[in-house]
Each structure stands twice: as C-alpha cells, then as structure tokens.
Design a protein around this ligand. Structure first.
Ligand code: ADP
Length: 610
C-alpha cells in the first residue's frame, strides 16, 4: 500500500518530463538550426560556471603561492601565473555572457516561429471538426484551453527543459568539484533538496487542475469582454443599460477566481519557503564544515574560495532548477491539453461518389429521424419527402419545429440517427463531401457578415472564383443587390462592416441581398437552400425577389424556409412540420382545400394584411 503510494508520488514527480520530448520534437521540426544552436548554447552555459569557479580557485592558490614565495625571502616574485588565470577567467566570463545572450536571442526567435506553428496546428485541426464539436460546450473548453497560451507554452517547456539540463549540468559539475571535499556532503545536499522538489511538483499539479477546471469561467469572462467591446452588441447594451450589470458579473467571476488563486499561491509560497529552508540549512552546515577544514589547514585557501563559490551558486542554481520544475509541470499539463485537442478523434467522411446513379431522382428523405447529441427529445421524426430536379419546396412550421435541423441534415452538417437521405439515387453518406457541398448553395438565417469588401462578400460563395468581378456582378444581379451596390462609394470595392478603416455598414435587408447574391455565386449548385433569407426585406420586395428568383432558378431545386405565405405559395410543394414531424404535404391549393394546419395559418396571415 505504502509502496504503491510512493510509486504514485514518484510517477507524479516524473510526469514533469512527460511532454518534454514532444515539446522538443515540436521545436525541432519547427526549426532544426535554432534547436541545435539552443542545445549547444545550453551546454556551454551549463558547463562554464563550474569552470569559472575552478579558475577562481587557481587564482587564489597562485596568489597564495606567489605571496608565500615573497614571504619566504625570494627576491623574484612571479606575478604571471595569477594574472594568467585572471585573464582566463575574464575570457570564460565573456564566453558565458555570450552564450546567455545567444540563448535569449534564439529563444525570442523560436517563440515567434513556434507560436505561429502551434496556432496553425490548432486552426488546421479546427477545420476538420464537425459542427457537433463546436456546439458542445465541453469541447469548446478544450479549444479554449488549447488556444490560450498556445504560442508561449511549448517554447516555455523547451526553455525550461533546456534550462533544467543547464542547471543540472552545473549542479553535477559543482558536485564533481565537491566530491573531492566529501562524498557525504554531496549526498546530504541531494537528500535535503528532495522535499522542496516534491512539494514544487505537487503544487504545480494543483495549479494546473485549477486552471483546467476554470475553462468555463474563463470563457464566461471572455464572453463578457466580447459583449462589452464589440460594435454589433453596443446598441442593445446601451439601450437596455446592461453595462453595469455585465461589469458586475465580470467582477464576480474574477473575485471567485482570484480567491482560489490567492489561496494556492500563498500555500505554495509558504511550503516552498519552509522546505527550501531544509536544503538551505544543509547547505550552511556543509559550508561551516568547509570553513572549519580550512581553518585547520586541511584544504587550501583556493579550495575554500572555490567551494564558497560553488555553494553560493549551487544554491541559486538549485532554486532556479526548482522554479523550472514548477513551471514545467504547468507547461506539461498545458501541452497535455493541447495534444488532447489535436488528437481528438474526428470521423473522416468516407464517401467517394461524385455523380449520382439516377440524376432525375433529385432529393429523397426516407423516414429520417434525428436527435441532437445530449438532447432527450428528437428534433425530427420520420421525415419523408421527395423533390425532383427543378422543383421548389417550401417548409413551413413554428419556431423550433425542426426546419433548420432538416437543412443541417440535407447539407450533411449532421447525420440522421435513422432513415436515409438520397441525392440522385445515392445515399448522402456515400457522396464525396466536397462534391456534395459544391452542389449546394445555402443562406442560413445567421449567414456571416464578413468584414471584407462587397465583392469578396459575394465571392466567398464560390471560393475558387473569389476574385472574379464578372461573376460578382452576375450574382449580384440575380440576388437583386446590384442597384444598391452601385450606389456605394466604391461599388464592389467598398469595405463592409466597422472593424476596418473606411468600413460601411449595411441595413439588414441589404445584407440579406448580399447573402442571396453569395448563394448565386455557386453556379454549379443545383440545390439552393434559403433559411428565411428575406425576413429583413419588406413583403413587396420579397414578392418581387421571389418572382425573379423563380425565373433565375428554373433548373435548380430550392428548399425555402419562410414565414411569409405570399412567398411560400409560389413553391411547387409545401411541407408543414410541427414538433419535428411532417403534418401536411402538398401544393398551396391542395393544402388550402384540406382546411388543416396550413389553411388556418394562411388565413390568419391573410387577415392580418387586410
Ligand atoms: P426551426 O428552424 O424550425 O426554428 P430548429 O430546427 O432550429 O427549429 O430546432 C428544432 C429543435 O431542435 C428545437 O427544439 C431546438 O431547441 C433544437 N435544437 C436546435 N439546434 C440544436 C442544437 N444545436 N443542439 C440541441 N438542440 C438543438
């Protein structure tokens, strides 16, 4: 039982080195030259201090020898040996300074390179993740943990590992010098150092656990910073006078975190001091021992000088080794977070079909059901529908009835739990994702308002033709955005949004027209998905847009989600969903004649317009 506990303690202490290898590998692959320089300089900087201490001894011994010669009545005093050693020490000190400066320079450069490298690794990984990952708050914590301090931790670990090697080299060489005095002194010093070492790793582990648990709070703080600092939130926060309340929450989160921090820091400091005292005491006992030996003439004055230097520097080297270890533990644990994120398993899409077997079949849903991860209630239940090439489908239903979810399944952002979706006779899962996505143009309710130029905002609809200004114009015309774009100060070259210099803000309706144009950039897309694309556009303009829309999308399948029946009625087919289930399906006329759900909602809205 006891030995198991001891083994655990040992393992916990050795965990300090767990990620050092990976960190060094990361640095090595980032820049080989720089790693070699760093390693060499570390070696030099580790060995020189002991050499300097030894030269110090040689100086004193040489001085003593010379002055004894003089006292002995020699007429010739040889001052050259001491001076020679002084010169040698000066050179060694200059070399040490050079290696330390070199270390600082290469560390600064590596920090920049490594920061970029790690950030790119994180972003590349983020690109491979599913939507579900981003909607999961635990996973979000992982990303937050990985991104926070991403640019400094790996290098910090490498620096500390190398720093520790440097310190260890110095301590070993000091030890070699000391062994000549007494092996027991060396052993006693090592044993006395152990408690401080173990305490340091323990507290560092605790600090890390605190730091990972806190990801949700840290994220909350960041969110509030975001709310208070971003232009898109400013109007509402001012008008609802939310500023004070948000700042209050920010303070509360901080106070809670600070309390925990303070306790740990104080505890860590006190224990570190007390256990450090043990090793300091051991140091000074050995120190006294050396002084006594010198007084009794058992060792030379030069030896004593050397031992004194070794002791003074040994003490500070030891302290800095302890600090390295404490920090390394945190770095290690940070890196474990980073690698946990980078190694998160992502199911690779396996489909490779690029062309369907029955191009005339269009899109088919067969008994599709879906429940969001972590939710107990299905968002969609037994959905079946069929849309032939060129047909337009409108989806009607109350908020939360599952319309957007249906679109997420169609675009393969999520996979159905049961049932299947076919495109041109082939199951969506068997399609090559890129080929599939090329065929779909989507405008979601929360489409992105890129802080780019107007042209690029449209161009992102087809990234391969992002800068093709002719295509922008055609797409803008189809999305009915041409007119207002031409009135903008630099037309398609106008910077949008307020983040960057000269940015112009658009109205909600204008942004929606840009989004519509964006979907038309995808000329290869024969499936258009519009999730309430015109909610910010007035009813008259919407009616015009859709009349026009029908004309420009004759060969395309359209999935349209809208709450406006004037638009919905133009669709070839209407699907009414309620609570995740299809309750009615048919043309406008058929559904009206049925006198069901749709008819009731239609008449309600029509009455509102009269
Ligand atoms: P609609 O588009 O018809 O307004 P949605 O398809 O967005 O409705 O939502 C359908 C149901 O699924 C709702 O009950 C909603 O709360 C739930 N839901 C939507 N998105 C998520 C999600 N990412 N995670 C869990 N539940 C969700």
């Amino acid at each position: 039982m006891k030995s198991k506990k001891r083994r655990n303690t040992l393992r916990q202490s050795l965990a300090v080195f767990r990620y050092s290898g990976r960190a060094i590998n990361l640095v090595w692959t980032t820049s080989r030259t720089m790693t070699i320089i760093l390693a060499t300089l570390t070696l030099v900087a580790g060995l020189l201090p002991a050499a300097i201490a030894y030269i110090g001894k040689l100086i004193v011994d040489a001085v003593v020898a010379s002055s004894q010669g003089k006292a002995g009545g020699d007429s010739f005093v040889n001052i050259y040996p001491p001076l020679f050693y002084v010169g040698l020490e000066a050179i060694a000190v200059a070399l040490l300074a050079a290696s330390q400066r070199g270390l600082t320079i290469s560390q600064s450069l590596l920090r920049v390179l490594l920061g970029q490298r790690v950030n790119v690794l994180i972003l590349e990984k983020a690109l491979t993740l599913d939507l579900a990952h981003f909607e999961n708050s635990e996973f979000y914590d992982k990303i937050t943990n990985a991104r926070r301090e991403a640019s400094i931790r790996p290098l910090s670990l490498v620096n500390r590992t190398f720093g520790l090697v440097q310190n260890a080299l110095s301590l070993v060489t000091y030890g070699v010098l000391l062994v000549k005095f007494s092996l027991w002194a060396v052993v006693a010093l090592i044993v006395a150092a152990m408690p401080a070492f173990i305490a340091e790793t323990r507290f560092a582990g605790e600090a890390f656990r605190l730091f990972s648990w806190r990801a949700p709070e840290t994220r909350q703080q960041q969110y509030i910073e975001n709310l208070l600092g971003r232009e898109d939130y400013v109007t509402e926060i001012k008008l609802y006078q939310l500023g004070e309340m948000l700042l209050g929450r920010y303070h509360n989160v901080f106070n809670q975190l600070y309390g925990e921090d303070r306790d740990l820091t104080v505890r860590r400091g006190l224990w570190g001091y007390l256990l450090g005292l043990v090793s300091t005491a051991a140091f000074y006992v050995a120190y006294a021992w050396i002084v006594i030996e010198t007084v009794f003439g058992k060792i030379s004055l030069g030896d004593m000088t050397m031992y004194l230097t070794v002791f003074r520097q040994g003490q500070s080297t030891f302290a800095s080794a302890l600090t390295s270890i404490g920090g390394m533990y945190e770095d290690n644990l940070y890196l474990s977070n980073l690698y946990e994120f980078l190694e998160e398993k992502v199911i690779q899409p396996w489909g490779n079909v690029t062309r369907g077997s029955k191009p005339q079949d269009g899109i088919r849903f067969e008994n599709v059901s879906f429940t969001y991860p972590g939710s107990s209630k299905p968002a969609l239940r037994n959905i079946s529908l069929h849309l032939k090439p060129g047909q337009k489908l409108a989806i009607v239903g109350e908020n939360g009835s599952g319309k957007t979810t249906l679109i997420k399944l169609l675009t393969r952002l999520y996979t159905p739990d049961s049932g299947r979706i076919f495109l041109d006779g082939v199951d969506l899962q068997e399609w090559n994702v890129d080929a599939l996505r090329r065929r779909i143009g989507v405008i979601f309710q929360n489409f992105v308002r890129y802080q780019f130029t107007v042209g690029e905002n449209i161009g992102v609809g087809d990234v391969e033709n992002l800068d093709d200004s002719k295509r922008w114009q055609v797409a803008a015309q189809k999305g009915m955005a041409q007119q207002f774009i031409e009135r903008l100060p630099q037309s398609f070259g106008t910077q949008l949004g307020r983040w960057f210099k000269g940015g112009q803000e658009l109205s909600g309706g204008q942004w929606q027209k840009i989004a519509l144009a964006r979907a038309f950039m995808r000329t290869q897309a024969d499936i258009l998905v519009l999730d309430e694309p015109t909610s910010a556009i007035d009813a008259q303009a919407e009616y015009e847009i859709f009349n026009h829309f029908r004309a420009v999308t004759q060969n395309q399948m359209v999935f349209l989600i809208s709450h406006r029946f004037s638009t919905v009625r133009m669709a070839d087919k209407i699907l009414v969903i309620d609570n995740g289930e299809v309750v009615e399906q048919g043309t406008h006329e058929e559904l009206l004649a049925d006198g069901g759900h749709y008819a009731r909602l239609f008449l309600l809205q029509a009455a509102g317009y009269q």
